[in-house]
Write a protein of this length. Structure first.
Length: 256
């Protein structure tokens, strides 16, 4: 009965406030078929999470330092469809975009780059204040989607210790886009760690912003919606390492 009433409410809302494509504005759905076709053809880059330069499978370069061993993402944040979907989701609190976001997650070669069943999928946590404002936790939704896709366990293993400004709204450096690699090689593993990110002015404000709620064993897939400078994910990865993680890879829908 509750599901039936939910469908009725959504139908009424769609009639009174028809959805429009996030890219072209055409009424009918959050993304029209034409704009989705354009987005599906976009080639994205896999880059080192520290220097942001080309890396064949997104792994950390041997000469770079980071708590992340690698980074995988689906689309550039400047893509009109991706940017529009994420903003409608995060700032307008419209959850009808989630099936489209799931399709963006499914296009990533996660199983090829991160093989094995010894991974724990962990979301970058929201502060409780922002979670109350938004009504949901976008990183937790992404983590569950990734875990279900890879048949892996997920856990809210981290907590945010203080309220911070949203990093996606802060200035970030520009990076070049290159063709994505579909290599099936296993991720390279590095142990280099640092508290200073390449965008130190942004990373500094997040030092100690996360802590583990539980011991973490083995490898971690750390999930968030957008990787901009990398400051947020770097701080969260550091917390995973401190809790015992032997390897941490970042997975996001978009990269700024």
């Amino acid at each position: 009965m509750a599901r039936r009433w939910g469908c009725v409410v959504r139908l009424i809302v769609d009639i009174l406030f028809p959805r429009a494509c996030v890219r072209c504005g055409r009424e009918g759905s959050d993304v029209c078929p034409s704009c989705w076709s354009v987005a599906s053809g976009v080639c994205v880059s896999l880059v080192c999470p520290s220097c942001h330069k080309l890396s064949s499978i997104g792994s950390l370069h041997a000469g770079c330092s980071s708590s992340l061993d690698g980074l995988i993402f689906s689309m550039p944040y400047v893509d009109g469809v991706t940017h529009g979907l994420l903003r409608r989701w995060k700032f307008d609190y419209v959850r009808s975009v989630e099936p489209h976001l799931k399709r963006l997650i499914e296009r990533m070669p996660l199983a090829e780059i991160l093989p094995g069943d010894d991974w724990l999928v962990v979301p970058v946590p929201l502060h409780e204040r922002r979670k109350r404002e938004r009504g949901f936790d976008q990183a937790a939704w992404i983590a569950k989607t990734v875990a279900d896709l890879l048949h892996l366990p997920a856990a809210n293993a981290l907590e945010r210790t203080r309220y911070t400004k949203q990093q996606s709204l802060q200035p970030a450096r520009r990076t070049k886009s290159v063709n994505v690699s579909r290599s099936g090689h296993s991720p390279e593993r590095f142990s280099a760690r640092t508290n200073v990110h390449s965008d130190g002015c942004r990373a500094g404000g997040l030092d100690g912003a996360f802590r583990a709620r539980m011991p973490i064993e083995g490898r971690v897939i750390l999930c968030d919606d957008v990787f901009t400078s990398g400051a947020t994910m770097e701080a969260a990865a550091e917390a995973c390492r401190d809790a015992g993680a032997t390897s941490v890879w970042g997975v996001t829908i978009a990269k700024g």
